[in-house]
Ligand binder design. Structure first.
Ligand code: PLP
Length: 365
């Protein structure tokens, strides 16, 4: 199959080396080579989060399993939590918390806006909350929240800080040790450029100790991090059969992150994001998010009412580029363009040229 330029907000194009790993013969999950490979993956995952001090998990499951593990690890029925609901995945965090019996307060934001730090501070000052949940980059609105400031406020208020880094880790600066969050997670399929289906969870030692102290009160089976801990401590141990090829592919993808260097990778994402945003604005199109809070991994574009499907179609059919549309009510008036993982400057420029042409052709139809 001809390779398309995948610029949806995840998954993203895989490197050749990652694809080669995926086509290797099947091995068992207790095979010594696989065990060694997985142990190395855990160390590489630490590096992607800058998690030297805490504990690292890598599980088979999508980003939503990470969300669920975070909630199940934190709340017990009746606990009050604060969710910074800045979009689709903030809303999912609200819903999961409710599933686990939490009483949820929200700091909302108008579509495409970030969580307001003063409001967060005000809410935290009420002293009501056990935990705060924040989405670093909300893939639905393409907003990037000021994560370091928010986590600092939560920790100063003595509240557990949980960060959804699914659309940021590996593409936007997130330094787990420095930030001081209790738990942060990401999925394999976005800025790390591995296939979908693995979730990487970084946990502080304090939070892990809290988990161990309440181990009988964690009301989930598969998403219970403590059940996975035995496997992380000794990858020869069985809890649930890992997606072996996926884990091997993640290992290769994380090696490529390490080879590039995290800071260089963040800089590449920043430069490509700027190039793409400038190019889009150069066509007279409007970006969804205000300057200063735009994500370096994904960009939201407003289109003329009803025009998003035609632009998307032209990008796909005339230029071989796949992008996504807005979610829900924004489905026909918003495009979402992922620019993370392995995207090169050349590909970013190709997108900009193609977007301008697709826009023109949609205007003339
Ligand atoms: C910010 C964010 N959080 C959570 C998720 C859920 O991840 P998954 O679809 O892998 O379950 C996504 C998916 O796009 C996401 O973008």
């Amino acid at each position: 199959m001809e390779e398309r330029l995948l610029m949806v907000p995840g998954p993203t194009n895989l490197s050749k080396r990652v694809r080669e790993v995926l086509s290797q013969p099947q091995v068992g999950h207790t095979d010594p080579d696989f065990v060694k490979n997985f142990s190395e993956t855990l160390q590489l995952a630490r590096k992607a989060f800058r998690n030297k001090r805490g504990y690292q998990f890598v599980l088979t499951g999508t980003g939503t399993v990470g969300m669920e593990a975070a909630v199940a690890s934190t709340v017990e029925p009746g606990d009050k939590v604060l969710v910074l609901n800045t979009g689709y995945f903030g809303q999912r965090m609200v819903d999961i918390n409710k599933c686990y019996g939490a009483e949820v307060e929200e700091v909302g934001a108008a579509f495409g806006h970030h969580a307001n730090l003063d409001k967060v501070r005000e809410e935290l000052a009420t002293g009501h909350f056990k935990a705060l949940y924040v989405t670093h980059v909300d893939t639905g609105t393409t907003v990037c929240n000021p994560i370091a400031d928010i986590v600092r406020e939560a920790k100063e208020a003595g509240v557990i800080a949980i960060v959804d880094g699914v659309c940021s880790v590996g593409g936007v600066e997130l330094d787990f040790d420095r930030m001081g969050a209790d738990l942060a997670f990401t999925g394999s399929q976005k800025a790390l450029a591995a296939p979908p289906g693995a979730v990487l969870v970084a946990v502080s030692n304090d939070f892990l100790a809290q988990l161990e102290a309440k181990k009988d009160r964690i009301r989930t089976y598969y998403a219970n991090l403590l059940r996975w801990k035995g496997v992380m401590d000794d990858p020869r141990t069985y809890f649930a059969t890992p997606a072996v090829q996926l884990m091997q592919a993640l290992n290769q993808a994380l090696k490529e992150v390490e080879e590039e260097g995290l800071e260089r990778r963040w800089s590449r994402h920043k430069a490509n994001a700027k190039l793409i945003r400038d190019g889009i604005e150069g066509t007279g199109s409007r970006l969804v998010v205000e300057e200063g809070y735009r994500a370096d991994t994904v960009t939201g574009i407003w289109t003329e009412a009803g025009a998003a499907p035609a632009i998307q179609k032209s990008l796909r059919e005339d230029h071989g580029i796949d992008v996504a549309r807005g979610l829900g009510d924004n489905n026909t008036k918003m495009l979402r363009v992922g620019h993370f993982g392995n995207l090169t400057e050349k590909q970013a420029r190709f997108f900009v040229e193609s977007f301008a042409q697709a826009l023109k052709s949609s205007n003339s139809t």
